[in-house]
Ligand binder design. Structure first.
Ligand SMILES: [Mg+2]
Length: 185
């Protein structure tokens, strides 16, 4: 099983301070679409773990999110990418086990893909929470510069010293594929 886990906002699509609330507000990064196409071509499964507290806050609904994800999946497939297994957390409670940086969603993905460990699975995000959650779930944390990435890198410079950093998802995926990372697992 070859798997990569990804954060959504700021990694696959443009983040918005006021949340992505409608399909129209979902703007996918062209480089991310390319990255997803490369992953599909190499037979690597993709899981997404995304905090969506805007639902509990009443800013958008489960139905809105479903429409957003339908559009995302459609665009990804149109560009040669594959099926996305999406897990989201609608809770705004930082103590909720599924809300990042708590590891619930990553553990759920581990089970979705019938794995017993995430030790060979990269988890890529743009927020410090993504690095924390990857560590807590036993995945391999990687940071990208898109979204909040460069700000995160600057703010948490010391904590991120030993964390792999790439300008964007495409460069991260190209690195993983070129380095033979997926040959061994
Ligand atoms: Mg993000």
């Amino acid at each position: 099983m070859k798997l990569i886990l990804l954060d959504r906002d700021g990694v696959i699509n443009q983040d918005r301070a006021d949340y992505v609330k409608t399909p129209e507000e979902l703007v996918l990064f062209p480089q991310a679409l390319q990255a997803l196409q490369l992953l599909e071509a190499r037979g690597i499964k993709v899981g997404i773990c995304t905090n969506q507290a805007g639902i509990e806050k009443g800013i958008y609904s489960e139905e809105d999110l479903s429409a957003i994800h339908q559009k995302m999946q459609k665009e990804v497939k149109k560009n040669g990418g594959g099926e996305l297994k999406i897990e989201y957390c609608s809770s705004a409670d930082d103590n909720h086990p599924m809300r990042k940086p708590n590891p619930g969603m990553l553990i759920k993905q581990m089970k979705n893909f019938a794995l017993t460990s995430l030790k060979n699975v990269p988890y890529i995000g743009d927020d410090y929470k993504d690095i924390q959650v990857a560590k807590r779930a036993g995945a391999i944390p990687m940071l990208v510069g898109t979204g909040k990435g460069y700000k995160t890198k600057e703010k948490y410079a010391k904590e991120l010293e030993n964390i792999a950093f790439f300008p964007d998802l495409l460069t991260a995926v190209e690195y993983l594929l070129a380095s033979g990372f997926y040959k061994d697992n």
